[in-house]
Design a protein around this ligand. Structure first.
Ligand code: HOZ
Length: 430
């Protein structure tokens, strides 16, 4: 049993000054009970807590650490840029370079605006879609999470699902009324909403491959149908690629699925882990944004030079490293194969959903997890036992059944095999 004394004490102290002891709820370990690890440092595929325990990390700061932690080139870019000043609130060359890099990797984007987080990106994208269409209603999916803007905290996933508050108090009835919820992978539920609210729907927002209820993959028929309905009814199709963007492929989930959305939102990955988000899309929509158009959105730290330097360095590595995504696929497939073998050998009721380097081990009796209802069949008590045993074996997973795990380029075969061995041991005991 590892010693977590310092983390336990640090959490006790933090709870006296920070609500719940954390600055973002899901990391509090509320979903699994117990005290969260306080992290002291991270390098490559490992994180080290303040008690000196080292873990193989599959959280990766919830996605952006695709190169592993503290990648030397990313760190160098941050250091060199910091020497020149940390924020100007004025344009820099780096911002245009970043826009060009994003456009190169994601062809559906004609224009892109940088913000400071994924939440800011989705919030701004929705305002823009509303301004562009002159309509109010947004359609989202049960279990999908698009940050903590009021409009999206209706039947949401991620931390709110983990904490059991998918409809947050504090969201006004008016806002809740203009958010409609459909069922993921159920095209008829989307069609019914479009038929009923036809020309009132401004936008449909979706995690094209979900991460915030765990990894769930859309059927071809469903995702193509969603695209077709948005086109037919003149609603803006927003792909929330805060998790999947630049992670599943250069062009994100939209490249894999072969769907062209009208707008796309990105998060932390384009800042190399620094606080960044972005939203972009079709020229005629983006042209509505101030100062060119009337839809207002602003921010002093938007396009911050440190964040741009880190993100740009990272995106160029993803773009220019030969076979980057193929190598990542092989590492992730090794993990999946190992976990599936462990499931078969221990007889535990679980399945692995994986797309590229995103995966979720669902503890369910189901043979497939394709919907929010399937996700809800999971045995969270069993997940909790598995999570705790894994942690004690030095494997750091997301502290919730309803999240994705992330494999990075820095994960070695040896560490993946260690993970599988630890998982097998835990599966045999839960
Ligand atoms: N909402 C994030 C996971 N989907 C977690 C953010 C955090 O706690 O850092």
């Amino acid at each position: 049993m590892k010693n977590y004394d310092k983390s336990v004490a640090a959490f006790g102290e933090a709870k006296q000054h920070i609500p719940g002891g954390v600055n973002s709820p899901v990391r509090s370990f509320r979903g699994v009970g117990g005290d969260p690890l306080f992290i002291a440092s991270a390098k490559g595929d490992k994180v080290t807590d303040i008690d000196g325990n080292e873990y193989i990390d599959y959280v990766g700061s919830w996605g952006p650490m695709i190169l592993g932690h503290a990648h030397p080139e990313v760190i160098k870019a941050i250091q060199q840029t910091a020497e020149l000043g940390t924020s100007y609130g004025a344009p820099t060359l780096l911002e245009t370079e970043m826009a060009l890099q994003i456009k190169k990797m994601v062809p559906s984007i004609d224009m892109v605006r940088m913000v400071n987080s994924g939440t800011e990106a989705t919030m701004s994208a929705l305002r823009l879609a509303r301004g562009y269409t002159g309509r109010e209603i947004v359609v989202k999916f049960e279990g999908c999470y698009h940050g903590h803007n009021d409009s999206f905290l209706i039947k949401a996933g991620s931390g709110v699902l983990t904490l059991g508050t998918p409809d947050s108090p504090g969201v006004t009835a008016g806002t809740a009324k203009s958010t409609l919820t459909a069922k993921y992978n159920d095209l008829a539920s989307v069609e019914a909403l479009f038929k009923e609210y036809s020309n009132q729907i401004a936008a449909l927002i979706i995690e094209p491959i979900t991460g915030n209820m765990g990894v769930v993959v859309p059927s071809k028929e469903f995702i193509q149908g969603v695209r077709q309905l948005c086109t037919q009814y003149g609603a803006v199709l927003i792909f929330d690629e805060v998790m999947t963007g630049f992670r599943l492929a250069k062009g994100g989930a939209q490249e894999i699925l072969g769907i062209v959305p009208d707008m796309t939102t990105f998060g932390k990955i384009i800042g190399g882990g620094l606080p960044v988000g972005a939203y972009g899309g079709k020229q005629e929509i983006m042209d509505q944004l101030a100062p060119k158009g009337p839809v207002y959105q602003a921010g002093t730290l938007s396009g911050n030079p440190l964040a741009m330097a880190a993100g740009l360095t990272m995106l160029k590595i993803l773009d220019e490293t030969p076979d980057f995504y193929q190598i990542l696929e092989e590492k992730s497939a090794r993990l999946q194969a190992g976990l599936e073998k462990a499931i078969a050998e221990t007889g535990v009721k679980a399945i692995v959903n994986r797309v590229g380097s995103m995966f979720t081990l669902f503890f369910t009796e189901k043979s497939e997890v394709n919907s929010f209802d399937d996700v809800m069949t999971c045995d969270t008590a069993r997940f909790t036992k598995f999570f705790k045993m894994s942690l004690d074996s030095g494997i750091y997973l997301a502290p919730s059944q309803f999240e994705a795990g992330f494999v990075s380029f820095a994960h070695t075969d040896e560490d993946i095999d260690k993970t599988v061995d630890a998982a097998k041991e835990a599966m045999g005991m839960i």
